[in-house]
Design a binder for this molecule. Structure first.
Ligand code: SF4
Length: 404
């Protein structure tokens, strides 16, 4: 369950990797621009997350943060409605990360697919470190600190939110009980008898520690069918089963977002590390040169060779930028070998140029206005610290750590 306040709050972050490209624009920013008018949005630059892989060269992080914020604002993120801040300037993230790290079983982290992949690839030259293993805990702290009920993700990232939900559930289970809750729940378990009591406990462990939804169902059925439990004990054990009691950290929900496929110039996913990007600051000549040399269907060697748009990344760009008539022209021209690839690329070049032009011009203006960027980020940090501190007061209270 998440509270109404949490429901209206969205949190999302981005690693500072430098100037942003069309992949960021279509994969993240356009979605944020819509969300900022619908929800209370917290957008942060995840500079500590960047260190999990950039720890050898942290010196570029500062200028990357600046470029990231400039591109956010130039693209249409509005700092008067969305809170923009930098993760490391809100040290509460580190404190909550540490506290959640204490309650997170190692097995939960080791089974995260991105960690397993990373280990298998030997960290692509960066041996997997403690920071990378603990990445989902820090990510959970980022979300739970603001009690954000919604986290925008693509379908392939829902698992990332699931671990945050598990950690929040576990925290609430451990620290969200009234004073004598544990004692009362233990008494009620004894009412179930030895055999059923042990079975019930196994359901609690399976649900609380492994997120096994089947165990939750079975536990509920067991309680519903047991005739001698009082209503109060049944409620108590239902709460005990789900980690009920006082909810301190609301479980966030994934806000599924549909984003178009943005191919890089080589047909792979657009990414700075692949060197295949069209950035939001490229000028018209750079855009034209990049798209003119972009990979196409290799079957189209000569003009008279028919092609297949499904094998061509330029066609993916047409799907983003072109109207139906132009897409039909592209498909027929390609499959019937009636147009050349350079002709086919022309409408895409025009569309990308006219989309990027105002973003680039605004970015250039903002780039020369460091004081304004500092002011925007400074205000965001102040608000973020206030909100984060409110959560940490509750967390410390619940854990009995509000001493001195
Ligand atoms: S005609 Fe267009 S869709 Fe076909 S291969 Fe060339 S660039 Fe790609």
């Amino acid at each position: 369950m998440i509270s109404q306040d949490s429901r209206s709050r969205v949190l999302s972050g981005m690693r500072p990797t430098g100037r942003l490209h069309l992949g960021h624009y279509y994969g993240v920013l356009r979605n944020w621009i819509e969300l900022q008018n619908e929800y209370e949005c917290w957008f942060f630059v995840a500079d500590w997350h960047a260190l999990t892989t950039m720890y050898r060269h942290p010196w570029s992080v500062e200028s990357n943060i600046f470029d990231t914020v400039v591109d956010w604002l130039a693209s249409g993120i509005n700092p008067t409605v969305a809170n923009i801040f930098v993760q490391s300037k809100v040290p509460e993230h580190a404190e909550l990360n540490l506290l959640l790290g204490m309650i997170t079983p190692l097995g939960w982290l080791e089974r995260v697919p991105s960690y397993k992949d990373y280990v298998a690839r030997q960290g692509e030259g960066n041996p997997p470190n403690f920071g990378f293993l603990g990445y989902p805990v820090l990510q959970s702290a980022d979300i739970l600190l603001y009690q954000a009920g919604r986290v925008p993700v693509g379908a392939d990232q829902v698992a990332h939110i699931e671990i945050t939900r598990e950690i929040a559930r576990h925290f609430n289970f451990l620290y969200g009980k009234e004073e004598n809750f544990q004692q009362a729940a233990e008494g009620a378990i004894r009412q179930l008898g030895r055999k059923l009591g042990a079975l019930y406990r196994s359901f609690v462990v399976a649900y609380q520690e492994k997120g096994d939804a089947g165990a939750l169902e079975k536990g509920r059925a067991l309680l519903a069918e047991h005739p001698s439990l009082s209503i109060a004990d049944r409620d108590r054990l239902s709460g005990y089963l789900t980690g009920g009691g006082r909810m301190i950290l609301p479980e966030p929900e994934a806000l599924l977002t549909d984003t178009p496929k943005v191919p890089g110039l080589d047909g792979e996913k657009m990414s700075k590390s692949y060197g295949n990007t069209i950035t939001l600051r490229d000028d018209n000549d750079e855009i034209a040169t990049k798209i003119r040399t972009m990979k196409t269907d290799p079957a189209r060697i000569r003009l008279k060779d028919p092609g297949n748009p499904d094998k061509c990344p330029v066609a993916d760009l047409h799907r983003i930028y072109s109207d139906e008539a132009t897409q039909r022209w592209m498909t027929e021209g390609c499959t019937q070998a009636r147009i050349g690839c350079l002709d086919c690329k022309k409408p895409v070049i025009d569309a990308v140029q006219s989309e990027i032009r105002p973003v680039r011009e605004e970015a250039l203006r903002l780039e020369n206005n460091r004081d304004y960027i500092g002011e925007v980020v400074g205000k965001g940090i102040e608000k973020a610290r206030e909100a984060a501190n409110r959560t940490l007061i509750e967390v410390r209270d619940a854990m009995g750590m509000s001493y001195y």
